[in-house]
Design a protein. Sequence first.
Length: 89
Amino acid sequence: MSGKTNAPQFQAAPLVTGAAMVGAGTLIALVGLAIGGSHLIAATRRWVREMEVPPSELARLKWTQARAAVAAGTSAWQNGSQPSVPSAS
């Protein structure tokens, strides 16, 4: 036996350089995400502030309309529809 192994031989310098570059790239990507995200949040807040009807009030209105529509549909289904008779005037 000659004392040599079949394992690969690594040099530390290229591995450290690669890890440092990956770390720097990750940091740059995170900073970019933070800047873009903050701009997106600010623009959304500005858009909501400029709305005539706030989203919570609009949702409440739509919920009330939906409940009224369900009640009307349920009533029409249970009572049946009455045929409308045209007036002979």
